[in-house]
Design a protein around this ligand. Structure first.
Ligand SMILES: Nc1ncnc2c1ncn2[C@@H]1O[C@H](COP(=O)(O)OP(=O)(O)OP(=O)(O)O)[C@@H](O)[C@H]1O
Length: 392
């Protein structure tokens, strides 16, 4: 029943979370029916439980009643035969009722205990779960250059082990430079970033940071040095300032403003009535997608990481904003920047452009070199150029 209730709540959560999609696709009825179906499942389980409970109660009452009839009948017989006094019978009935009550209480406690054990079992299942990715690295160097080396990675997602996503993937990302990963959709670019964040462990090969395997770095140290801005950054309810300083205990206003300027967010924040103290609403719902994205970038920059990963920030920024952000980031020589981009125009200035196809590095070089090569990159650029110029 607990599983079924969890499934019912999940579907309600999902709909509330995606209420805009539900409204725009006019699927309120469909979703209500889906929720109804889940509720019915829970309902039928509850009916089964209550039927069993009713049968049990009926049986218990009938047994109790039968016992009383039995005691009175034989008690009377024993008294008539002189084998028992009336006082004995009364004491026996009182003791028997006391004993019955105690046994009944024990069965209630046992039932409650079973329920609690089942619920606690689920909690302990999660507590006892051993993470597949080790977090017991100890390395905390004083200086980090930010050089990343992908060495012969072979990787498939645990949920789909038959499909190899990265095959013998090797790449050098130089410290302090801008490296852009480009290529058709679904070829493994975001997977490279997930592996760099240690969300998964490759089946073969390893990723080195300054020539040391990622797993040898202290978990907190490593995640402080690497910041990711994803396609849909998650904001939390609170002010813009809270969101930019998220997780930082000590961050001055100058630092916040500097990060916001680099993220091209300062101007729009200043125009808001309450500036940095403006509430963003639940999940940042009171801001536009591009504003959320820029705050997400400022949040990453405020941590002053050594490595910044921008995972297709183009999806919600216009070309001008994206250019400004990339230029601001590229001007920091101490930070390694890894950009996944679809809008190839904005990454022309990157120090290294890598074309990822079929889970492998197909081409790499500067924009000039790759254009001269007349290979995949050249073809991709032409395709995008044709798309942009095709009549609507
Ligand atoms: N969590 C996952 N579980 C199983 N397979 C996944 C998962 N995430 C991605 N994949 C698969 O891995 C392959 C590579 O996906 P990835 O997201 O790395 O591609 P991408 O090049 O970043 O694409 P895009 O440009 O569309 O973001 C795809 O075929 C995808 O279906």
């Amino acid at each position: 029943m607990q599983d079924s209730m969890a499934r019912t709540n999940d579907s309600a959560n999902e709909v509330v979370f995606g209420i805009r999609v539900v409204r725009s696709f006019n699927t309120e009825k469909h979703e209500a029916n889906r929720y109804d179906k889940r509720l019915l499942e829970t309902h039928s389980l509850k009916i089964r439980r209550d039927t069993v409970r009713a049968i049990y109660l009926l049986g218990r009452r009938l047994t109790g009643l039968g016992m009383q009839v039995f005691i009175l009948y034989y008690g009377r017989l024993f008294i008539q035969m002189g084998q028992m006094t009336t006082g004995n019978l009364v004491s026996f009935i009182i003791y028997q009722s006391d004993l019955g009550n105690s046994i009944r209480t024990l069965t209630y406690i046992f039932g409650d205990m079973l329920n609690s054990v089942m619920a606690a079992g689920k909690v302990f299942e999660y507590i006892d779960r051993k993470p597949q990715i080790s977090t017991d690295g100890k390395l905390k160097p004083d200086q980090l250059e930010g050089r990343i080396s992908y060495c012969g990675l072979n990787f498939s997602y645990p949920s789909n082990p038959d499909k190899t996503v990265l095959q013998d993937f090797s790449l050098e990302v130089k410290a302090g430079q801008v490296t852009a990963l480009v290529g058709p959709s679904g070829e493994g670019k975001s997977t490279c970033v997930s592996l760099l964040q240690r969300l998964y462990e490759p089946q073969e090969g390893e990723i080195l940071l300054d020539d040391e395997p990622l797993k040898s770095y202290d978990h907190h140290f490593f995640h402080n040095k690497i910041a990711v801005v994803s396609q849909e950054p998650v904001l939390f309810s609170g002010s813009i300032r809270d969101n930019i300083t998220y997780g930082l205990t000590d961050c001055s206003m100058e630092k916040i403003e500097e990060a916001a300027c680099k993220a091209n967010a300062h101007d729009f924040i200043k125009q808001l009535e309450k500036g940095y103290d403006t509430e963003v609403g639940e999940s940042g719902g009171q801001l536009s997608k591009s504003e959320r994205q820029r705050i997400g970038i400022a949040r990453a920059l405020a941590r002053e990481p050594k490595i910044i990963i921008l995972d297709e920030i183009t999806s919600s920024l216009d070309a001008e904003s994206e250019n400004k952000v990339l230029q601001a980031l590229a001007s920091c020589p101490n930070q390694t920047l890894l950009v996944i981009a679809h809008r190839l125009k904005t990454i022309e200035q990157a120090d290294q452009i890598v074309v990822v196809r079929g889970g492998k590095v197909e081409e790499k070089g500067t924009h000039q070199e790759l254009m001269e090569l007349q290979g995949s990159y050249h073809k991709l650029r032409n395709e995008l150029f044709d798309e942009a110029n095709s009549p609507q």
